[in-house]
Design a protein around this ligand. Sequence first.
Ligand code: AKB
Length: 315
Amino acid sequence: MERKAIVIGASGQIGSELVLALRKKIGISNVVSCDIKEPKSSSILKDGAFELLDVIDGEALKKVVKKHEITEVYLLAALLSATAEKNPMFAWKLNMEGLFNVLNLAKDGLVNKIFWPSSIAVFGPTSPKEDTPQKTIMEPSTVYGISKLAGERWCEYYYSQYGVDVRSLRYPGLISYKSMPGGGTTDYAVDIFYKAKKGEVFSCFLSEDTALPMMYMKDAMAATLNLMEAPAESLTIRSSYNVSSLSFTPSQLSNAIRHIKPDFKISYAPDFRQKIADSWPASIDDSKAKEDWGWEPKYDLESVVAEMLDKIEVD
Ligand code: AKB
């Protein structure tokens, strides 16, 4: 059967890159991008079909899915950790209702596969901090983490009760030169490169020794596409897979930047996001993902820093 995908939240950090990666893989005409905001006229999203849509509107979503005869849905529309803390009720509504609308499309037989991202935010202050296992104590203390953990439970429920083929990754902080993050606690790890490239001092909103799991976007795209192509029978996790690649502190990242830009300077002014970061793991055990569908990241800290500083464009 021909694959026809829709990416919901296509203008966001992950969505904009996923549209490109999917179009490269299955063809421009087989990937519909969709967002609550019209893309800029210069946007590459304009190269293929685009639908203006609020994922909370389940009926409108159903119409679009039927119109384009969609077979797989990638749901990226969500509020991230820092923004969600400022608007908890809306974060809960968007993150949960969006997921239910998509899960129900599959339950009703309209689509046959779903990708939904979870996050390292499902873990909390009582989870093991180092090499956090796939299955462990999970008591998230952020609204975002609570919505992701609830979402994971619903994904597993829809799989076991209704046979819905939903697949998920617990993304760490993602680093890319093509798209900007928005509203996350790990965003500093992208912002820092813009300041370094401009030759400006970077003021970091996390303390120098805050270690967090991170991943280069190219690895994240490979993980997403590989998981979606893995044979269903090889998948033993239907909540969400731990995936790991890098783990570093702001101080380690700035030292790596200084290998290329020796004059780079960083200062520290931790804000409310410090508490969020302190509740999350420092590193993740992803042996299940490796075992089940052959996950293997390619980028280390040095190669990420070199490519970021080479590729990002500043004015
Ligand atoms: C965030 O910081 O909120 C996200 C995430 C780790 O899910 N990047």
